[in-house]
Design a protein around this ligand. Structure first.
Ligand SMILES: [Zn+2]
Length: 311
């Protein structure tokens, strides 16, 4: 069975007129309910992270700024990243759901999980909330896998259309986490990092694999490049667990990203990641929602992703 983590609390990060808005999750949960996909999952329970757990990866000043800005009624952590009064609470909950999903797939009988959380996380660096992200959910999930479960070989796959710069920064010198990011790159596309020659440093040298792709690439080329990169990354670390930063903003209809992908491409990529999880990690895979800003494309793509996880 697949574990599904959702909570109406995740709607209470209120961002106003902003692409990363509560309606995203409403559209996804409505679609999964209507199609029956949600009812085939086990609903996962979770604990929010504590501030101390977040401080394992993020600077005290960054965490304090997020908390105080929310407490003071809201504001901006960077020009792209608004917070509302409950955003700090929601961010701890979102990261907690991802970490609890790791606990569940490590301890329980269910092998994979989908965490439908917001705010997203992969742009949050060790020292800054940015790019719609408060805290780095996927990195905090990886931290849980190490701290609680003693894992030494973790693969983070990031297929959000944007480079996961925060995740890269957090683990850049870390030999225990292999980071593989496929993303649109060039001509000033956000956030600007993620070149192929960014490969890690020190003990983490070779543990970062970036696959920067140009706008206009064909779906076939994209999928072939993704498959080859994934195999290389998985073979490099032979992961005990795979974590997936699942953004759906590479979809052709996405107003922010778009690399021309269609819903069925996310199904195909899910199959590839699942294959890697079965080969190396006993099928253990935790998928966490990142971006995706066209409501219909997002809802349909998440459904296609979930249907593959259910197989
Ligand atoms: Zn994105």
């Amino acid at each position: 069975m697949t574990l599904l983590y959702t909570d109406p609390l995740f709607l209470r990060h209120e961002t106003g007129r902003h692409p990363e808005r509560p309606e995203r999750l409403r559209a996804v949960t409505a679609r999964l309910a209507k199609s029956g996909a949600a009812s085939q999952c086990v609903q996962g329970g979770y604990q929010p992270l504590t501030e101390n757990e977040v401080l394992a990866l993020h600077a005290p000043a960054m965490v304090r700024l997020a908390r105080r800005t929310a407490e003071q009624g809201g504001g901006y952590l960077d020009p792209d990243s608004p917070v509302s009064p409950e955003s700090y609470t929601v961010a701890l909950a979102a990261a907690g759901a991802c970490a609890s999903a790791v606990d569940a797939v490590m301890w329980g009988k269910d092998r994979n999980a989908l965490c439908l959380v917001r705010p997203p996380g992969h742009h949050a660096t060790p020292t800054h909330s940015m790019g719609f992200c408060l805290f780095n959910n996927i990195a905090l999930a990886a931290q849980r896998a190490r701290q609680m479960h003693g894992l030494k070989r973790i693969l983070i796959v990031d297929w959000d259309v944007h480079h996961g710069n925060g995740t890269q920064d957090i683990f850049y010198a870390d030999p225990e986490v292999q980071f593989f990011s496929v993303h649109r790159y060039g001509r000033g596309f956000y956030p600007g990092s993620g070149a192929a020659d960014e490969t890690g440093t020190g003990a983490g040298l070779g543990r970062t694999l970036n696959l920067p792709l140009r706008f206009g690439i064909s779906r076939k080329e994209y999928l072939a490049a993704f498959a080859a990169g994934l195999e290389k990354a998985a073979d490099a670390i032979k992961p005990e667990l795979i974590l997936l930063s699942a953004g759906f903003d590479a979809h052709a209809a996405d107003p922010i990203g778009s690399l021309g992908l269609e819903v069925e491409d996310f199904a195909e990529m899910t199959r590839l990641v699942l294959d890697a999880a079965r080969t190396h990690a006993g099928g253990r895979l935790v998928s966490c929602l990142e971006g995706g800003y066209d409501l219909e494309a997002l809802a349909l793509s998440v459904e296609a992703h979930l249907r593959e996880l259910l197989v």
